[in-house]
Write a protein that binds this ligand. Structure first.
Ligand SMILES: NC(=O)c1ccc[n+]([C@@H]2O[C@H](COP(=O)([O-])OP(=O)(O)OC[C@H]3O[C@@H](n4cnc5c(N)ncnc54)[C@H](OP(=O)(O)O)[C@@H]3O)[C@@H](O)[C@H]2O)c1
Length: 246
């Protein structure tokens, strides 16, 4: 049990990488609070996880929702040991296609939402805790149409460095995970037709040495490593789990 008696908040815990992480954390002895905007997906996730889980519906771009999330954690458990900030948004657009609305939404969810997810958790987070931010390997490489998304993930990678330095006195470790292309719903919604999706999956597979898309469980095991004492001498890093793509 790598996370026995630990309390974790996992944003985006109703789907994909966040859901796989919530399942693995519970198997390792943790109690998890999961968030997401859609109550229907949260209900399904709670049923799948089965035990030691509370779902708190909310949007990470709304500070009142984050306050409500942490008020629930405080009321139910008193404090917190681990934050996994996995909630994220992607909408692929070339630079010429980017509108003000697209720009604001991408930065609102990924850059602003992730920032306040962590800032608002700090008073509840126990000394010796761990923060894992879910970025993207796209911040390391130029991919056409990922200009705004990649910039927000570069911001998140920077948060990890600064927060690692700011929180070192409390023994709180902060690390960033940079996933490659992973088989989750966020991959599907980026493309307008099944043919475009298939072409993108083929492209992503061809640019990775092992020639395949990753699975959310493979990200969950990397997050478990960063959240547990297995990585006790590691803070401020970017763990690139992209099958060598970048
Ligand atoms: N899959 C990939 O290929 C890949 C690659 C690199 C990085 N990532 C990153 O991995 C993270 C998780 O993505 P995923 O692949 O697991 O996608 P996913 O299966 O679509 O999960 C996204 C999760 O975030 C939640 N979410 C989205 N916007 C939110 C908001 N404003 N407030 C609260 N929750 C919100 C979603 O629930 P609701 O929609 O109900 O709110 C859902 O639970 C993201 O940060 C993504 O950028 C993914």
């Amino acid at each position: 049990m790598k996370l026995a008696n630990k309390i974790a908040v996992i944003t985006g815990g109703s789907s994909g990488i966040g859901l796989a992480t919530a399942k693995s954390f519970v198997e390792e002895g943790a109690y998890v609070f999961i968030t997401g905007r859609r109550q229907s997906e949260l209900d399904k996730a709670v049923a799948e996880i089965g035990r030691n889980v509370t779902a708190v519906q909310g949007d990470i771009t709304k500070l009142a929702d984050l306050d409500r999330l942490y008020a629930t954690v405080k009321a139910e458990k008193g404090s917190l040991d681990i934050i996994v900030a996995s909630a994220g948004f992607v909408d692929v657009k070339s630079t010429a296609e980017v509108t003000l609305e697209h720009f604001d939404k991408t930065f609102d969810v990924n850059a602003k939402g992730t920032f306040f997810t962590v800032q608002k958790a700090l008073p509840l987070l126990n000394d010796g805790g761990a923060i894992v931010l879910v970025g993207s390997c796209i911040h390391l490489k130029g991919f056409p149409q990922y200009v705004t998304y990649g910039a927000t993930k570069a911001a998140i990678r920077h948060y990890a460095k600064t927060w690692a330095a700011e929180l070192v006195g409390r023994g709180i470790r902060v690390n960033n995970l940079s996933p490659g292309a992973i088989e989750t719903p966020i991959l599907d919604i980026q493309f307008k037709t099944p043919a475009e999706l298939d072409a993108a999956k083929t492209m992503f597979s061809q640019v990775t040495p092992l020639g395949r898309i990753g699975q959310p469980e493979e990200m969950a095991s990397a997050i478990l490593f960063l959240a547990s004492s297995d990585s006790s001498y590691i803070t401020g890093i970017d763990l690139v789990a992209d099958d060598g793509m970048t």
